[in-house]
Design a protein around this ligand. Structure first.
Ligand code: FE
Length: 211
């Protein structure tokens, strides 16, 4: 798979890496089930929960709260796990959260170079491209190039910081609050917070663009 594939980063299963991965996962699941290590019904419940009940709207609410509530913002930046937990978003793959904030001079970008570590309680399951080899390898070498593929261009004066997720630590990017949103309510602000903006491969939307 060439790095160019990253240019089309929609969730497209035909990009073969996931196909091969799917086959391997299925084979592994079969073996583990046969040996009695896992219960497929329990796995289905777990996957359904993270696919349909928990998703990036949780993270969006966290970000929106941090935009309107200075105390919550400070808490989020100093102890993200507890601050996020206070809104009811806790659990697997989110036990040790760190929030990193974008500013006019600093842009944060999250990856898992080893596999696909991702903050499930706030963002749900990772998009296909997040797990792809081109994203994982290129983000470290050429973050500006990867961002350009996602349509994000930053001035040379903006420092890009790449955070490598691990089994221990998961990151949530707090995007910059868009201009002209002073009149919006917290829930209206949450609507502007996209999944990609919380990974760092996008910006929060402008109010006009979501109308
Ligand atoms: Fe990982």
């Amino acid at each position: 798979m060439s790095a160019d594939v990253l240019g089309t980063h929609d969730d497209e299963p035909e990009h073969s890496e996931l196909g091969r991965m799917d086959v391997r996962v299925r084979a592994l699941e079969t073996v583990l089930t046969q040996k009695g290590y896992i219960d497929p019904a329990a796995l289905d419940v777990l996957i359904d929960t993270y696919q349909t009940k928990i998703g990036p709207r949780n993270g969006a609410r966290v970000v929106a709260r941090s935009w309107v509530d200075a105390n919550f913002h400070d808490w989020l930046m100093t102890d993200a796990t507890a601050a996020i937990d206070s809104l009811g978003y806790a659990g697997r793959q989110g036990e040790h959260m760190i929030a990193v904030e974008n500013t006019p001079s600093r842009h944060n970008l999250v990856v898992c170079t080893l596999c696909s570590c991702y903050p499930w309680p706030v963002l749900g399951l990772p998009p296909t491209w997040y797990k792809s080899a081109p994203y994982r390898s290129r983000v470290v070498r050429d973050p500006r190039g990867v961002l350009a593929d996602f349509g994000v261009t930053l001035g040379d004066d903006v420092d890009i910081r790449v955070w490598d997720s691990t089994a221990e630590v998961r990151y949530l990017v707090v995007p910059q609050r868009p201009d002209g949103t002073q009149h919006l309510t917290e829930s209206e602000l949450a609507e502007l917070v996209t999944r990609d903006s919380m990974i760092g491969t996008g910006f929060a939307s402008h109010p006009e663009s979501t109308k």
